[in-house]
Design a protein around this ligand. Sequence first.
Ligand code: ADE
Length: 418
Amino acid sequence: MDYDIKDINLSEAGKNRMDWAFKSMPVLDLIQKRFKKEQPLKGKTIGACLHVTTETANLAVTLKQGGADVYLCASNPLSTQDDVAAALVKYYDIPVYAIKGEDRDTYYKHLNSVLDKNPQITMDDGADLVSLLHSDRKDMVKNIMGSTEETTTGVIRLKSMEKDNVLLFPVIAVNDANTKHLFDNRYGTGQSTLDGIIRATNRLIAGSVFVVSGYGWCGKGLADRAKGMGANVVVTEVDPLMALEAVMDGFRVMPMAEAAKIGDFFCTVSGDMHVLRKEHFEVMKDGAIVANSGHFDVEIDVKGLKEIAVKQTDIREYVREYELPKGNRVYLLAEGRLVNLSAAEGHPSAVMDMSFANQALSAEYIINNADKLENKVYSVPKDIDNNIAKLKLESLNVDIDTLTAEQEKYLSSWTVGT
Ligand code: ADE
């Protein structure tokens, strides 16, 4: 079998961690059991470009149990868990092309290795496979039935492709499912980002000024969890509605030019570029810790930071010190890449359970509806989304009420008034 991973001897540790993660993925487990019986993906080739984690590995196994040939590469050069990559190859015969810390050329070589396998369905976290299919690898588009997209940043890119009429196949925006972004983006990013910052620095959050840049679902989750750990949270925003939401949620909101002077921790989750730049680093307190948890490593102007630094030192894994001309030192975590997946293990399995249930069921949906789908960005169908919520509640042993006949009638009638 053709693959490119760090070390096959890491496979046992990877398998143990995959099994541990799967215990918190009951919805994916149910789908895996049904897929095994019904074989809805039989004969299809799926090329996935996702963070190579224990949770992704369990998704890959589910797709394979459903009858697909699965090929996996990384959606970020720093997020790969090498033991998991080894376990997929050794125990599940799933070819993986991913090595933690791979350079840009290797990263793209790995994406191309997956596309070389002629996938009919692709799965992206950040739209890199789709981008390649619309540029250097247009030759492979004729095979594609459809694609799925995991993250907000990817969906934004795809929607602008749809708007410009350049999208060459249908895409399901998994991120837009309620059972994805309300849980993964909020609780997943909230917890895993703090986990990454804490593992990298071992610094105390309580009593610190923690600046969160961007108040989308990821920013909301991060601000909430940082507050829960005793931080004094400051939010920066460009969108008036989201800024107002942050104010009413009890956070201080101010421009970055002001926040830069008072923050102990900074974390970008805005989805935009150069949210933190030279003029901000220059006024930061000595010892400020700077991290990013947005999809791409563009949110912090790392090049600008390097330009103004008079000295750079690696302090500990994932922590690089930049000494600035006035003597203040800024500590950049994980080179400005996703801190939650670089310095920690990404979102906990219990939220990825729902995200990846959406991925698996969206792949099945593409196959069952290929003749009806146009070259557009589609939401995950409501019945799939709602069913995932129902199954997750069942797995948590939570019962809820059902509408009485009288209530159902009331909700569908327009004649009952004051
Ligand atoms: N994105 C964020 N957390 C993740 C995880 N644990 N696995 C895969 N993708 C992720």
